[in-house]
Design a binder for this molecule. Structure first.
Ligand SMILES: Cc1cc2nc3c(=O)[nH]c(=O)nc-3n(C[C@H](O)[C@H](O)[C@H](O)COP(=O)(O)OP(=O)(O)OC[C@H]3O[C@@H](n4cnc5c(N)ncnc54)[C@H](O)[C@@H]3O)c2cc1C
Length: 396
């Protein structure tokens, strides 16, 4: 097929694979170039709220995801010192109202499901071990250099994560900033849970200068833990080993149940939390960014992957709605990518702000934490959940 219908996607992460499926569903031929030679098991659990799950369902992923995701019944906020529940929000009601599932899933399971769907699509060519080195826009499209070869395309989508090489070529001045926070991630078999593995929901433990998120993944067979603490260790990457004694010591003053969970984890990895500054550029001519490449954010709204999935749907719909082939097509693509950025940026900025606010609220110490707990109880679960409606009820 002509380069005029070919889109190159850099990166086969959650955003890149979703973009490939969404673009192929609109009739484009898609080449996905992924740096790593294997889609390895990196990362840990992800929450997928209805705004994102709806898109995945429409792309035909329901049965693949139902096989590995868990449908949590509730999100329970817990005071880390007392171990007492602050509020229990029935997340199942959110899914019913939104008409799409609320899932918790291992990132590797989600990526594998997307990759299997991609492999079954004749219009998508996924090439592993093929890092994008350069993008060179011109009057008719773009040339992408990867693995010593050059490819022509109508547009290139930089879905290559927070350390994006595509962004580095077009916007070298925009870079992620270290937040001063570190996420420790680990899993344990459900039967090793201190309560015997009956967890069906999401636990959000709130403590001074730290929080802990716990939920089942992998069809309920494993439990995912994310413990967020402050610190100065700021190496890049998703998979640096964490020393258990260090994290156990950080949570030594927490309620016994939280300590037992931390102590039961088999394999800790550390992830320094970087975030992109708000308001950076996302597009230039035939080049556009999506997902963490454009708006890597703190994970405290549980929406980083969700926003990447939304980006993919909006981008594909915009490119499909264009008319032109031939003369003027490149200008129209550039205008379409500009509209994509303008459509997405206000919503993503709002989510980035919410994530930062949540980080502050989750980590309040002393009297401020008591006031937070009182306010959450007074608002109650329904009003707390209703405040998230603008995220969950969104449709492309
Ligand atoms: C602790 C923590 C908890 C989180 N929890 C949630 C949650 O509950 N819900 C949620 O929605 N999000 C969550 N997130 C965020 C989520 O993981 C990310 O936002 C999401 O994975 C970003 O997807 P992406 O496709 O943009 O980038 P990535 O998934 O990072 O994928 C980028 C891909 O590009 C490839 N690549 C890199 N460079 C190149 C190159 N030069 N050429 C080709 N390929 C390249 C990489 O190998 C990778 O495969 C969490 C994040 C953290 C840190």
């Amino acid at each position: 097929m002509a380069a005029s219908r070919t889109i190159i996607v850099a990166g086969a992460g959650i955003g890149g694979l979703t973009a490939a499926l969404a673009l192929a569903a609109k009739g484009f031929r898609v080449t996905v170039l992924e740096r790593t030679g294997r889609l390895d098991e990196v990362g840990a659990g992800l929450q997928l709220s209805p705004n994102a799950s709806r898109i995945l369902v429409e792309l035909g992923l329901r049965s693949r995801l139902e096989a590995c995701a868990v449908v949590p019944d509730a999100v329970t906020a817990i005071n880390a010192r007392s171990g007492r529940s602050i509020v229990r929000m029935r997340i199942a009601d959110v899914a019913t109202r939104a008409g799409a599932p609320y899932w918790v899933v291992h990132r590797a399971d989600l990526q594998a499901a997307l990759a299997a769907q991609v492999a079954a699509h004749p219009a998508i060519d996924l090439r592993l071990g093929c890092a994008v080195d350069d993008v060179a826009p011109d009057a008719d499209g773009v040339t992408v250099s990867a693995g010593g070869a050059q490819e022509r395309a109508l547009a290139v989508i930089g879905a290559d994560g927070i350390w994006s090489a595509v962004r580095g070529r077009v916007f070298p001045q925009i870079a992620p900033r270290f937040s001063g926070l570190i996420a420790w991630r680990g899993t344990l078999p459900a039967e090793a849970m201190p309560d015997g593995g009956m967890l069906r929901g999401v636990q959000l433990w709130l403590g001074p200068d730290a929080h802990l998120v716990v939920y089942p993944i992998s069809g309920g067979r494993r439990i995912n833990l994310v413990a967020v603490v402050d610190g100065s260790w700021n190496q890049r990457g998703w998979s640096a080993r964490g020393e258990p004694t260090e994290i156990i010591a950080r949570f030594a003053h927490w309620a016994g149940a939280a300590q037992a969970l931390i102590g039961a984890v088999e394999n800790w990895t550390r992830w320094a939390l970087f975030a992109m500054p708000d308001g950076g550029a996302w597009n230039q001519g035939p080049v556009a960014l999506l997902g963490d490449a454009s708006h890597g954010m703190l994970p405290f709204a549980a929406q980083g992957a969700g926003m990447a999935i939304e980006d993919a749907a909006v981008l594909a719909a915009g490119l499909a709605a264009r008319h032109g082939e031939g003369r003027g097509a490149a200008a129209e693509v550039a205008a379409t990518l500009q509209r994509y950025a303008a459509l997405r940026q206000p919503r993503v900025r709002q989510v980035q702000r919410l994530a930062r606010q949540n980080g502050t609220i989750y980590h309040l110490p002393g009297a401020a934490a008591l006031a937070r707990d009182v306010a959450m109880r007074a608002l109650g679960p329904n009003r707390l959940l209703a405040r998230q409606g603008w995220i969950y009820d969104w449709r492309p």
